[in-house]
Design a protein around this ligand. Sequence first.
Ligand SMILES: *Cc1c(COP(=O)(O)O)cnc(C)c1O
Length: 468
Amino acid sequence: MLRPMKETTAKKRTWAEPYKIKMVELLRMTTREERLEAIRGAGYNTFLTRSRDVYIDLLTDSGTSAMSDRQWAGMMLGDEAYSGSENFYNLESVVQEYYGYKYLVPTHQGRGAEHLMSQILIKDGDHVPGNMYFTTTRLHQELAGGKFVDVIVDEAHDSASHFPFKGNVDLAKLDALVQEVGADRVPYLSLEGNVNMAGGQPFSMANLRELRAYCDKHGIPIMLDATRTIENAWFIREREEGYADKSVREILREICDMTDGCTMSAKKDALVNIGGFFCCNDDDVFRKAQNLVVVYEGLHTYGGLAGRDMEAMAQGIREATTEEHMAARVGQVYYLGRKLEDAGIPIVEPIGSHAIFIDARRFLPHIDQDDYPAQALAAEFFIEAGIRTMERGNVSAGRDPVTGENRHPKLELVRLTIPRRVYTQAHMDVVAEAVADVYARRDEIRGLKMVYEPEYLRFFQARFEPLS
Ligand SMILES: *Cc1c(COP(=O)(O)O)cnc(C)c1O
């Protein structure tokens, strides 16, 4: 059975960091006027603000981790050879050991791997089921001629549901798709660990086992988005019956062993500032990926990375899979989440591993979804205290390619993403105080209108103006 959430990350005393600080990065403090001018200049889009105007940067946990002294030492061991770099072989053996796949193709980051996999596996008119979309993943599926079909459990779309495995696939939804289009039009099941867009929510091992059996029956491979699967493994240990005594490493292997390959953004779990990879067990898929990577990323032994980047990644995987790291990582996110809950802020439950998601619909019920409440709220947090967050709602979801209408996702969220090993508990206190201050004046906040809309992944570069 589920163990009470309070225990999950604090088995000993507290979640204190398993490291000490050796070097610090100084921050520039700004005034409210400076921040107002900055957000206006950025078209009310936090992606367009400058890092120098930010005090606490919760935009993303992607590539923002603090590397360890050992990772930096690894950077000095970079073998910058065009071909056959020693660091590639180190990375390959670490990935084979920790993730367990047979073949590795490095890429410059996650979307490079998604590009290769989509082009190789998807044919025009295919349907790709997945446990909720991710922006770049779905785009690459569509660019390869596929159509993404959401088969995540309904609980994932309900921000108030406390279901512990909101990342699970609903087998009935998957089966309905397979019955409708036929298994031969389903090139693979796209399975994401700790589903980002659902709030960092895990799938369970029981669900994966059922999926494996179903997919075996229908000849459908399971391709894992391994980006945050170490964090998924942690939650399985904390929440799922039968896993309390297993290590994060063992659970990670068990997950990977039940899937046929993966794409990975190493900028998340793996504690590096740049990097990614594609893995598979199939000889033919591997040969195709090795060939295609040369076209888009670089030779198959560096895939767009420097030798030193691969060395830092190999060491990052070793560190990320330790129990101490994960306890502090998730512990810090829970610390902030509980503070916000105590202040009465509407957040997605249960708290995920990498971020706190504030429910902008419940925070700003007076703003219509087409006036982009989450976008407006993210701008307010920046103005209030220089806290940079990101919209995950109507802007991120984009337009339906057929109707051209906004997709109007059920979840209209602001993501407060915690970089790994970067901020202190006092920074988390400042964030909680600032969010509570904005909540106290929420009635004054107005919606936004979009005045510039780029064609692809519009949330990155769209510009807005406040509604009068
Ligand atoms: C970040 C991310 C990606 C894309 O990876 P990049 O390294 O940003 O290209 C894919 N899937 C998930 C779940 C992610 O969080």
